[in-house]
Design a protein around this ligand. Structure first.
Ligand code: GLU
Length: 481
């Protein structure tokens, strides 16, 4: 159902700028974007860079340019602005500090002065006892005098959430349904670190509220953080957003998608020349399906049909075979000129001059039949440029007596005219077969070898059409021994 212009729908993609855009990140961005567009709402980009150690120089520019290349244009965010900025968390630290003060004042948070060594010992002990690592609450009960004294003495401290130890929290997630979690497994999360920066949890909740986020759509790995977030919303007296946790992305062996089993950076797929629209189409189907079993969608089509209720609960396998299948379909169904333009950088990198546009378009029309991404197109096109290099075995085949007679026939025939239509070349083929008494692969293989450097490939009229009469003759001449 489309709710025309539902201005209250405000969603955000909130990545940490750690270098490249993970395919899972693109999926989160895409689902947020699609939901916003389908609902007529607002799509926001917010940069969560409070963990300064993890931030990488240039990552923000890269992120924005990758989102743009994929067509996921945001309505509010860095560089673009909006009414709820700044949209970069490191520029909002004062806001988080104030909110943390409020939690302290209301008794929902406390100062913790435990040293790193103590925390490490605690974790070590818990590891030995096979217990989950958790803060033991030592500083929960410090008196206000002790806290003041420690602060006055400059003992390094963090601010922790005073999470209740009893009871359970129950909440609804659009994908997971009703979720219940026992409170005693929830840690007293650090909210403000000793360097004064907030952790993800505090900054995320504060910003989602201040930026009026209506739906929190993100990966399933964040589901376990929801109880802490809910507690924060309640402590501040704020309304909860709707939670939507997207299913995990999996390797083909159903383990969690990882770098070790293949590429996970969107940029590297773009570099290989997977069309941006293929990546979008493929990613859209990772954990979502349309109203029927249709598989091919443009971004515009997805913007119309996307709904949250068709997001699956089960993990979605990142199947590279399927991506490649889709890649080939798009490359073949797109405009030849469009593919030619996008493929050009790969030809330039290979040192191939594509200046003869007419020839280049013909080459692309043939070469694209064999590929699923543009970087591979050069391998199926280079034989139309420069010289044909034959292997020893191929040279032997070309040197055979019947092959030599075939070349002589063609050189003689082609010399008669400057241009030949495909029908005319087909007629020559018939004549050649009749005159030389050679047929089938004995006729075609040597011919294709001379013209194309391979016994298999495009048909002879196509090859002669692309190469032109002169070049076709030159190539056969080169095979004469
Ligand atoms: N900064 C978090 C991330 O990188 C955002 C999680 C969320 O959307 O709440 O995934």
């Amino acid at each position: 159902m489309t709710i025309a212009g539902n201005k209250d729908v405000r969603v955000r993609f909130a990545p940490s700028p750690t270098g490249y855009l993970h395919v899972g990140g693109l999926r989160t961005a895409l689902f947020n974007y699609l939901f916003a567009r389908q609902q007529g709402g607002t799509f926001i980009l917010r940069i969560e860079d409070t963990d300064q150690k993890r931030c990488v120089e240039g990552a923000l520019d890269n992120l924005i340019s990758t989102l743009n290349r994929e067509g996921l244009h945001y309505d509010e965010g860095p560089e673009k602005g909006g009414d709820y900025g700044p949209y970069i968390q490191s520029e909002r630290t004062e806001i988080y500090r104030k909110q943390a003060e409020e939690l302290l004042a209301k008794g929902h948070a406390y100062h913790c002065f435990c040293s790193e060594e103590r925390l490490e010992e605690l974790r070590e002990m818990q590891r030995r006892l096979r217990k989950p690592p958790m803060y033991d609450g030592k500083c929960r009960t410090l008196s206000s005098e002790e806290v003041s004294r420690n602060l006055h003495d400059g003992i390094p401290s963090v601010i922790r959430l005073k999470y209740p130890k009893e009871g359970r929290v129950v909440f609804d997630d659009v994908v997971r349904g009703r979720v219940a979690v026992e409170n005693d497994i929830i840690d007293d999360q650090v909210l403000i670190k000793s360097d004064g920066f907030p952790t993800y949890h505090l900054a995320n909740v504060v910003d989602d509220h201040l930026m009026k986020i209506s739906h929190v759509i993100r990966g399933e790995e964040w589901l376990s953080s929801v109880p802490k977030h809910i507690y924060l919303y309640q402590a501040f007296g704020w309304e909860l957003p709707v939670f939507v946790h997207l299913p995990l992305l999996l390797n083909p062996d159903r383990s969690k998608l990882s770098k070790r089993q293949g590429d996970v950076a969107v940029e590297s797929y773009l570099e290989k020349g997977y069309l941006p629209e293929v990546i979008i189409n493929f990613i859209a189907l990772l954990g979502w399906h349309g109203p029927d079993d249709r598989e091919l969608y443009t971004l515009e089509e997805l913007e119309k049909v996307f709904t949250l209720d068709r997001i699956n609960k089960a993990g979605a396998v990142f199947d590279i075979e399927k991506l490649n299948w889709m890649g080939g379909i798009y490359i073949r169904k797109s405009d030849v000129a469009y593919i030619a333009d996008r493929a050009k950088p790969y030809f330039e990198a290979a040192g191939i001059d594509t200046g003869d546009r007419e020839k280049y378009l013909k080459v692309i029309a043939v070469a694209r039949e064999y590929v699923f991404c543009l970087s591979r197109i050069v391998d199926h096109a280079r034989m139309f440029y420069g010289d044909v290099d034959l292997t020893d075995e191929q040279t032997k085949l070309a040197g055979e007596e019947s092959a030599q007679r075939i070349y002589a026939f063609w050189m003689e025939a082609l010399k008669k005219r400057k241009t030949w239509t495909k029908d005319e070349v087909n007629e020559l083929i018939q004549q050649g077969i009749a005159t030389l008494g050679v047929k089938g692969k004995n006729f075609y293989f040597p011919l294709r070898l001379a013209l194309f450097g391979n016994t298999h490939g495009p048909d002879i009229p196509t090859l002669i059409d692309i190469l032109g009469t002169d070049e076709a003759i030159r190539r056969m001449e080169a095979c004469i021994v």
